[in-house]
Design a protein around this ligand. Structure first.
Ligand code: FES
Length: 207
């Protein structure tokens, strides 16, 4: 995709980190040697995004480049490579849907179909109401509870067509479902409950 399509057409004329962000930046920069300040590019992009309605304007790219003594294009390369950074406005709920093989085998097609049916959006689009944006992404690192839908910072797991609909309803109603497995799995336990070390537990109890 060309960079023009990734960047918002309407850009703000300025960007400045807030006082709170400045305090965070100080802590972040302290973690790196002075001549390796560029290593802080990802956390600074994250800070900029969080204080600017979940997207990063070009003025923030400029600001970060100046702070870290980097070429603007280098900062933009990072921001445009990782799907967690948005270079154009997104809805209040930013949905990142994983469709990589484990999620696909566990039903991510049904999850995507539900989003399409309910919100009429495809990857890269925002719903008519403006509340939901969807992005199809690669593995989110939670394959064992696939399929996964990330909503802003939260992971919803074990989704199917019905539970994806229930999740969207709950977000719309302002009462989001509990984060994690919609089947109530704890961590990454088996759907059948504990299946290993159970014998070990009973023999240990006998001792
Ligand atoms: S494949 Fe979807 S979380 Fe890993």
């Amino acid at each position: 995709m060309s960079i023009d399509k990734l960047i918002a057409e309407n850009q703000p004329e300025s960007f400045a980190f807030t006082k709170e962000s400045e305090a965070q930046i100080k802590k972040i920069l302290a973690k790196y040697p002075k001549d390796r300040a560029a290593s802080a590019v990802m956390p600074l992009l994250d800070l900029a995004q969080r204080q600017h309605d979940n997207w990063i304007p070009m003025k923030a790219i400029e600001e970060i480049a100046n702070r870290l003594d980097m070429a603007e294009i280098r900062v933009l390369e990072v921001a445009s490579f990782y799907t967690m950074y948005n270079l154009k406005p997104v809805g209040k709920f930013f949905l990142q849907a994983c469709t990589t093989t484990p999620c696909m085998l566990r039903g991510s097609d049904d999850m995507m179909r539900c989003i399409k049916d309910r919100l009429d959006i495809a990857s890269g689009e925002t719903s008519e109401c403006g509340n939901f944006s969807l992005l199809e992404v690669e593995c989110l690192g939670a394959c064992v509870n696939a399929p996964i839908l990330q909503v802003n910072d939260d992971f919803y797991e074990d989704l199917d067509y019905e539970t994806t609909g229930a999740l969207l309803d709950s977000l719309e109603a302002g009462e989001p479902l509990p984060v994690g497995s919609v089947k109530g799995r704890q961590g990454s336990e088996s759907e059948q409950g504990a299946t290993s070390l159970t014998a070990l537990k009973s023999s240990a109890q006998e001792v």
